[in-house]
Design a protein around this ligand. Sequence first.
Ligand code: BG6
Length: 519
Amino acid sequence: MSTNTNANVNTNISNIAKHPEQAPMFDLLFFGGTGDLAMRKLLPSLFMAHSAGTLHPKGRIWGLSRQQLTTEQYLDILEKEVRTHAKVADASQEVWQSFCQRIHYQKVDVTELNDFNALKTTLDSFDNKQDVIAYLAITPKLFEVTCKNLVDAKLDDGNMRVVLEKPMGTDLASSNAINDAVAQYFHEQQLYRIDHYLGKESVQNLLMLRFSNILFEPLWKNEWIDNVQITIAEDLGVEGRGGFYDGIGALRDMMQNHLLQLVCMVAMEPPASMDADSIRSEKLKVLKSLRPMTAIEDINQNSVRGQYTKGIISRVDENNVVNDSVVPAYRDEPNVNPNSQTETFVAIKAHIDNWRWAGVPFYLRTGKRMQEKFAEIVITFKDVPHKLFSGTPQNMQPNRMVIRLQPDESIRLYVKSKKLGNSMEVQRTFLNLNFHEILQGRRTSAYERLLQDVIESRLPLFVHRDEQAAAWQWVEPIMEAWAKDEVPLYKYSAGSYGPVQSYELIAKDGRTWKEDVLM
Ligand code: BG6
């Protein structure tokens, strides 16, 4: 894996500044500073960090966009968004006012070098020299010119960090083109490719669980594991992003990045240390071991794509009342082609061809407008070799470990125990580790954690370009077959768990998705 050590990088995942004053001072430049991501996620996350006192007091935050705004006007727009999207215990006017001291706005058209020169002059007018971080929350088409202008305006002193937001291309070639363009100006060590799933508390907890407990690792292999299921289900639809989503679809939007990163977390070998190179090269090995699916028969056998039709989504409100709402079909969403062939659901049976995982299928699925929002990893263990006891089929299910990533974080280990009474009948039960109940304290959002990591130059939770390329390489043949309509696009009702064919995908192996056995 290629790395260049010019930049001053703190490569260790756990090497966190204990006190904000020890963390670097920073000028955080948000290109796309008036955009959706900045308003809904990035600035609210920084407000949460500010309220918790984890940012260096001298850190400055810059909203940059083509709009001609004063800082006061920018703050007016920002306040409403931050108050809507930030989860903080103390959102008093005093805390907000102190946050405002960090915020500056400057008009920057990323195609205009003069605007970058003006920005440099503004930054230089402050007494203290701070690390400059550029967050590119803009279309990747503008990454190259932005990087060029950052360098030409001498904003990079060799230690600048550049954060790259998705979508990083729509296939291997376009992703390589973006990475090559950016690499003309910045070393790999300066580039922070975001996959916000890696910033989730529960995903990091998975690393902790696997590599700091002796219990799991000996069982974590094909000898003892029958199959692994990973699901990221969303109850939301495309939420006004139809124009972006149509033609992209679930395979590119969720599978190529978030799902495959979770596969890496489950399947990687223990890294030699928690530094960026060790972690990222172990993940890369997993991605490279994914069995390629290239023949159309293979793709047809092992993948299912779906699109939601009109249906009913049920949500439980804070008073425990169930509210049903009828939601439109994907094709009736705004800015979606009424004949769209874009998938909003994907299920894939994958194999990792290495010693640890040979023969263990990984069933992966994700979809929009599913029955509920949740993300889970389900490890199903093999059954005992000789059964001494009996019970109902439901109770006789083999051991399962269900790692719930969201919305609530927990680990449930399903075990067989004895039913009360005189008989020796098996009763399935579970050991429940509910992190929300056990671990009290402030929870950081994924973006807050990742922004803090960029500020403190921590690379391990960011994606190396080689990982990105390997992931595209694996999904690309599937994408191509789907684009040629060589695999049918199945319909599923909004509010369900996806098309029936996704049940058949797993049923033909004599297995079931978790919700069918553990409800
Ligand atoms: C984004 C996708 O990367 O992840 C969205 O573009 C999706 O389509 C989102 O809704 C899901 O993230 P989370 O954190 O809500 O599970």
